[in-house]
Design a protein around this ligand. Structure first.
Ligand code: FES
Length: 179
């Protein structure tokens, strides 16, 4: 029976092997870093609403200058296309545009957070009995204030949309309400 003797490691072979390992690891790190930046750059291109390519789910609400002077509310109708992977779904509807107490624009979904009926602006008579009332739901009587907060039934607030300013106009992404 013959025992295998360990190979003798020379200084030259040790240095050669070590440098190959170091080069391999460096290559892996550089490759991953390059892929990471490629992904980040492409992700931003799709999601950044300030690029020239405005996504089809973005809805133009109106000129910034005109909306700055808004008092009360405005109803803005829209037509959009919601793209989910390869599925394109046309969507039509409207949003209410109001302002909060600091003058910031508030874009509200008209869908009641009880069972989804469309909320309506409150009448003068309704508002005279409850000062904070601004929108009400004809289905079961839910009431909301000017920024969509419930003031009667303890419901969640109306959904809102983040306003994006692109080339002097306000847009919202109708596919992505803020909760
Ligand atoms: S759906 Fe609006 S109160 Fe019921």
């Amino acid at each position: 029976m013959t025992a295998r003797l360990p190979r003798k490691i020379t200084r030259r072979s040790f240095l050669s092997s070590s440098s190959k390992v170091v080069l391999g690891v460096s290559g892996l790190i550089l490759g991953n870093t390059a892929l990471f930046y490629y992904g980040v750059a492409h992700g931003q291109k799709q999601e950044d609403p300030t690029t020239k390519e405005i996504p089809s789910s973005f809805v133009k609400i109106g000129e910034v200058e005109r909306l700055k002077a808004l008092t009360g509310f405005e109803r803005v109708y829209y037509t959009a296309t919601i793209v989910d992977a390869w599925v394109k779904t046309p969507k039509q509807g409207f949003v209410y545009v109001t302002k909060d107490e600091r003058g910031a624009l508030v874009i509200l979904s008209p869908a009641c957070t009880h069972l989804g009926c469309t909320v309506e602006p409150a009448t003068e008579a309704q508002r005279s009995r409850k000062r904070e009332l601004f929108f009400w739901c004809p289905c079961h009587g839910a009431e909301f204030d000017i920024v969509g907060n419930d003031v009667f039934m303890g419901l969640p607030r109306l959904e809102t949309y983040e306003p994006y300013i692109i080339e002097g106009h306000v847009y919202v992404d109708i596919a992505t309400p803020m909760k």
